[in-house]
Design a protein around this ligand. Structure first.
Ligand code: AMP
Ligand code: ZN
Length: 473
């Protein structure tokens, strides 16, 4: 099976193949920690989680980097009003970000570099760009010269005719109408010193612009060329366009081979949720209102394809909670039901077909909503088969395996599967018995079955312990 991903660069779905066989280098734009993440941000972050989980399901090793923007115009502004340094100001929001990600069971990236801890890498890259005449100093700031990079605009399919040669923009965010040379480095403002936001550089003291951080930190951890770069669709222009210009001008290599962009989450009125606009909902708000965090997770990844817009509403959240409940209840029922004496051949075929269709949906540009739809159809049929006592031992095993396939992405079933801990403890005891009785074949079988379900056993001096990993097999 081939994994196909929609590449913004080409505007089409392409067969995915990393540069190095079996190994994927992925960079995803992380949070600006000037406030709590809103659920729109979380949609993007859980999209990254879906990508990384499916890459692993597809057999790749993944090195995933997600940056934390801990310096930008807004953070400086807020810290000044709060009378703190930027480091003091962002600390609680950094902690809140990691808490939110854990609450939503996002897998941890391999690296979470912070902008303020990678200033030398940025200074280095800016110095190279100045040397290559891709950047120039104007009035104490350093700007990237767009005219020096003919490919500028390729990602966002920008009409270069509209570019104003020589015009400059100092703010980090701007729209296509005002596209012009953008700031790589900004001279200090009077308050910046006290905010702890000024660094030395051969081209003058100051602080980095927003865009350079991703180019510098991705190179530091992943090298010149990324297999995948992902972000929310609003980052395509100017942020990602600027990242490409900086990186390719400095490194003379293609920056990212595949660009993935996830769509907006809209609020109940249909507007893009945004912190600057004021009307935003955080995970804390929703959990405080009684929503199960894992239903929120399920809603954000499985309600709509990542390239479709979706709207946050309490009806949609309740519908997601109901789907999660059905998945867990079905998993529990399958586990509890003693198998019939014989297997149902037709059911066996249906389960095999659905597992294949689920995998094919995910391989087709991560179409999780479609894949989950197939599974719910089968759950209805399997419930009828369970009612009729037609589910044999192999049927039961493949239903469990199917749920494991789904949980490898959604991770809401076993996370709170009723009775799981008891069942695992019982199997561990059974395995110990088998070992004492020198029935090593049986002991190994129990261990292997658990491994397939994503549970590994570890022998320690306090006895056997178990922990979860991604399911295999
Ligand atoms: P920020 O913290 O503003 O740098 O944004 C972090 C991530 O959230 C970026 O990938 C944005 O594209 C994404 N994002 C921002 N607003 C929304 C939204 N309403 N829906 C989905 N993603 C969003
Ligand atoms: Zn970025």
């Amino acid at each position: 099976m081939t994994l196909r991903l929609h590449n913004t660069l080409s505007g089409t779905k392409e067969d995915f193949e990393p540069l190095e066989e079996g190994q994927v280098r992925m960079y995803t734009c992380g949070p600006t920690v000037w406030n709590y993440a809103h659920v729109g941000n979380l949609r993007a972050f859980l999209f990254y989680d879906l990508v990384r989980r499916h890459l692993r399901v597809a057999g790749y090793r993944v090195t995933h980097v997600m940056n934390l923007t801990d310096i930008d115009d807004r953070i400086l502004d807020q810290a000044m009003h709060a009378g703190t340094t930027i480091a003091e100001y962002v600390a609680p929001y950094v902690a809140a970000f990691f808490e939110d990600m854990a609450t939503l069971r996002a897998e941890r990236a391999e690296h979470y570099p912070r902008a303020t801890e990678h200033i030398p890498e940025m200074v280095d890259m800016i110095a190279t760009l100045i040397e290559n005449e891709n950047a120039y100093i104007a009035d104490g700031d350093v700007y990237f010269r767009i005219a020096s990079f003919p490919a500028y605009g390729a990602l966002s399919h920008l009409d270069r005719a509209g570019l104003k040669a020589g015009a400059r923009v100092a703010t980090d965010k701007y729209d296509k109408e005002s596209v012009s040379d953008f700031a790589l480095w900004k001279k200090p403002q009077p308050a910046d010193e006290k905010l702890g936001a000024v660094w030395d550089a051969p081209f003058g003291r100051g602080r980095p612009g927003w865009h350079i951080e991703c180019s510098a930190m991705s190179r530091r951890y992943l090298g010149d060329t990324l297999d995948i770069h992902a972000g929310g669709v609003d980052l395509t222009f100017p942020h990602h366009e600027n990242e490409i210009a900086q990186s390719e001008a400095a490194n003379h290599k293609q920056f990212a081979r595949v660009w993935l962009h996830s769509e907006f989450l809209a609020d109940a009125t249909g507007e893009k949720m945004s912190k600057s606009a004021g009307g935003f909902t955080t995970l804390r708000d929703l959990v405080g209102a009684g929503h199960d965090p894992l239903a929120i997770r399920f809603f954000l990844i499985a309600n709509a394809h990542y390239r479709s817009r979706m709207r946050l509403s309490s009806e949609a959240l309740h519908a997601a909670a109901e789907q999660v409940r059905r998945l867990r209840e079905f998993a529990d029922r399958v586990n509890r039901t003693p198998p019939a004496a014989t297997d149902d051949v037709e059911l066996a075929q249906r389960i095999a077909d659905v597992r294949a269709a689920y995998r094919a949906a995910l391989d087709d540009d991560l179409n999780l909503p479609q894949g989950v739809g197939f599974v719910f159809d089968l759950i209805r049929e399997a419930n009828a088969a369970l009612d009729a006592g037609r589910v044999g031992p192999l049927n039961k095993g493949s239903l469990q395996a199917m749920l494991d396939d789904v949980d490898a992405h959604v991770d809401v079933i076993r996370a709170q599967e009723p009775g799981l801990a008891d069942e695992v403890e019982r199997l561990i005891a059974e395995r110990e018995d088998a070992r004492r009785g020198r029935d090593f074949a049986k002991a190994d079988r129990i261990r292997d079955d658990l491994r397939v379900r994503g549970i590994v056993l570890e022998d320690s001096k306090d006895g056997v312990r178990w922990r979860r990993v991604a399911p295999s097999g």
